[in-house]
Design a protein around this ligand. Structure first.
Ligand code: NAD
Length: 278
């Protein structure tokens, strides 16, 4: 990687692509264009802009790579398949992206992310951040857990598990679970049940619950054993979870606000409705 005339005005750019042939091809084109342009400096260390090439999964991975740098980094996604939820450009729009990067003045659109704090029964605490959602499921048997919302003991859940999603994650797993689609400028979290047991003996609300920014969700498993915790596209197994706390993080994820930043409702329509007779 060579660099000439590096100034404060040079934009540091990281390019991250998945292993697909088409993504590598796009990455190579972008790499050549930016390498030969004095306005940009290609580096994976402390970039100002991270360009992901692949799909939403690639953007999720890049978010986790740079989650400690959210205050200084902006993301932009190129999709090598259909238009994604976190990707503004298609693979044939590299020139358009380059034009937009040249006229970029640092504008951004920012969306809330989820902070998850896991407390194990020995007192250890682990903190993670999710862009889409965090789910907890019990490994061997029905999960039994108390759900506490803003210090109110709300319900005792029995079933497969619970998902807590961000607004941008509301169109992902949350939607498959019957949750509502939330505009990403609404700072809220959504709790969605995964196959709850509901009968004359056991009762939960059944519908998804949307809680505002100031409220905290706590889940207290009532049985020891193994639990599977998923944070976006990563999965972990933990034994003996005492408590899981969910709240909106004080930081947000920011995207480059180029003229091609697609409106949220366009994305929802494109992904789930498509063209239909009026
Ligand atoms: P993946 O690549 O198989 O992604 C699954 C699908 O989810 C892809 O089509 C992707 O475009 C889409 N997706 C991702 N984020 C989205 C979003 N915010 N809104 C709408 N669609 C979105 O798997 P992965 O890369 O490991 O992605 C992990 C994500 O997959 C998880 O965060 C979860 O939301 C989702 N997921 C969905 C289900 C389900 O719908 N039943 C089950 C497991 C995971």
């Amino acid at each position: 990687m060579t660099q000439m005339n590096f100034t404060d005005k040079t934009t540091k750019v990281a390019i991250i692509a998945n292993g697909k042939y088409q993504s590598k091809r796009v990455a190579s084109k972008l790499f050549s264009a930016l390498r030969d342009d004095d306005s940009f400096y290609l580096t994976k260390k402390n970039p100002d802009i991270v360009i992901t090439i692949g799909g939403d999964g690639m953007l999720l991975s890049a978010f986790h790579m740079y989650e400690k740098h959210l205050d200084s980094v902006r993301f932009v996604g190129i999709h090598t398949g259909h238009l994604g939820f976190y990707t503004d450009y298609r693979d044939f729009e590299v020139d358009k992206l380059l034009d937009n990067l040249h006229s970029d003045k640092g504008e951004k659109v920012s969306y809330p992310i989820l902070k998850v704090t896991l407390t194990l029964s020995d007192g250890r605490q682990l903190t993670s951040r999710a862009l889409n959602e965090a789910t907890v499921k019990r490994f061997e048997k029905t999960m039994v857990a108390d759900v506490i919302i803003n210090h109110v003991q709300f319900e005792r859940f029995r079933g497969d598990g619970i998902s807590v999603s961000t607004p941008t994650g509301s169109t992902a797993y949350n939607k498959s679970l019957g949750g509502a689609v939330l505009h990403p400028t609404i700072e809220a979290l959504q709790l969605t049940e995964i196959s709850s047991l509901n009968n004359r003996v056991f009762r939960t609300l059944g519908s998804s619950i949307i809680v505002p920014k100031k409220d905290k969700i706590e889940i207290i498993p009532k049985r020891l054993g193994s639990y599977i915790l998923s944070i976006d596209n990563k999965t972990y197994t933990h034994r003996n979870i005492a408590k899981i706390e969910y709240e909106i993080d004080h930081r947000k994820i920011s995207f480059v606000a180029t003229p091609s930043h697609t409106s949220f409702w366009e994305r929802v329509k494109d992904s789930f409705i498509g063209d239909c007779d009026s």
